[in-house]
Design a protein around this ligand. Structure first.
Ligand code: ZN
Ligand code: ZN
Length: 357
């Protein structure tokens, strides 16, 4: 699952890319390290690692987890890079403008004053947007595990459970069944707190007769999942049902609008229009969806200003919501893999309103 070749093919002969971010190094080489530098040209790839990772990388490469053409180097990046610049082997240096801090860039420019530094811009993100079959399989696997956790949890829910218990139980299940970790801090909120789209779970009991919103996911094989379900603890009122079903219709409209070649804002609009027409437009403040892969939030986006066209192979969330301040909120979220003619929904679990009685 590495993408080094595709990346190298789109580099110009005079370009050298220096990759400092963990996520991009992982994407291109398949190897995860908290530190290190990957230097790539059209012809070459050098991975500089310190003693914490060097031997691990040698083992990973011997097992085929790092492409053969990656040259592993103990950490002598600055010295060797300087020599390459002096020898005229490096002139234009691409840096990750979205992931490097200003001070890190200044330091690079100071240390390698003879090179010209240019931003990578969207070039790496555009590659990452298009997931290959193995990546989609990994994300689908992570999502299936999250859904299993939910199926395990539902029969255990009652007004005696607390928000933190519910969050812990979801995370515990996913970890016990192979997840590396949650893909983000589990959101688990109940009662009037469901109007807070990203509220943190608290050590308080679930509200009888209130909603419970669970937004969670895990990392499996390096890839993230992300899903949200809102259930009712006890019976829902007519108004709660109306809001729930409006969000559900909006979610289905977003999924139905997604296909290769549409713009991110068109899908957002398809979903948002349902909520606006039902009179709840002002209570849906966030965008409809985001890409998901090695990172739980990544390009592309379903958002009101997203002009970008969505490519086949992109994996995104569709997650509209309605949040009535001080009263209650509902969000429903699936992940979809965009195809030429539509999309494949990576979720299987029901979206009909569940009342825990
Ligand atoms: Zn989510
Ligand atoms: Zn999400």
């Amino acid at each position: 699952m590495t993408h080094l070749k595709a990346w190298q093919e789109q580099l110009a002969p005079e370009e050298t890319a220096v990759i400092f971010s963990t996520v991009s190094r992982r994407y291109l080489t398949g190897f995860t390290s908290s530190d290190g530098v990957l230097v790539t040209t059209r012809e070459e790839a050098l991975l500089y690692l310190d003693s914490r990772y060097y031997e691990m990388a040698q083992i990973a490469q011997s097992r085929g987890r790092i492409p053969e053409n990656v040259i592993l180097r103990p950490f002598i990046f600055p010295k060797e890079f300087e020599e390459r610049i002096k020898d005229g082997l490096v002139s234009k240096v691409l840096f990750e403008d979205k992931r490097l801090t200003v001070s890190e860039l200044r330091k690079l420019e100071r240390n390698f004053a003879d090179a010209e530094f240019l931003p990578i811009g969207e070039r790496l993100d555009r590659l990452r947007m298009v997931k290959d079959r193995d990546e989609i399989r990994a994300i689908a696997g992570a999502q299936a595990l999250a859904e299993e956790a939910l199926a395990h949890l539902l029969p255990l829910l009652s007004p005696d459970r607390t928000e933190t218990w519910v969050a812990a139980e979801l995370e515990r299940y996913m970890k016990l069944h192979g997840a590396e970790k949650p893909s983000f801090e589990t959101i688990c909120i109940s009662g009037t707190r469901t109007s807070l789209p990203h509220g943190r779970p608290e050590n308080i009991k679930l509200t009888d007769g209130g909603f419970l919103t669970m937004d969670f996911g895990c990392v499996l094989d390096g890839y993230c999942s992300d899903m949200t379900r809102t259930v009712c603890i006890g019976r829902a009122t007519e108004e709660m049902k109306t809001v729930y079903n409006t969000v559900l219709r909006a979610q289905l409209a977003g999924v139905a609008a997604a296909k290769a070649g549409v713009s991110g804002k068109d899908v957002d609009k398809a979903s948002r229009d349902v909520i606006t027409e039902a009179g709840y437009g002002e209570y849906f403040g966030h965008s409809t969806g985001h890409g998901c892969g090695l990172q739980v939030h990544e390009a592309p986006y379903f958002a009101p200003k997203a002009d970008n066209l969505i490519p086949a192979g992109a994996v995104l969330s569709v997650e509209p919501g309605i949040y009535l301040p001080g009263r209650f909120g509902v969000r429903i979220e699936d992940l979809i893999a965009v195809t030429e003619n539509g999309c494949e929904n990576l979720n299987r679990s029901s979206k009909e309103l569940v009342e825990i009685v």
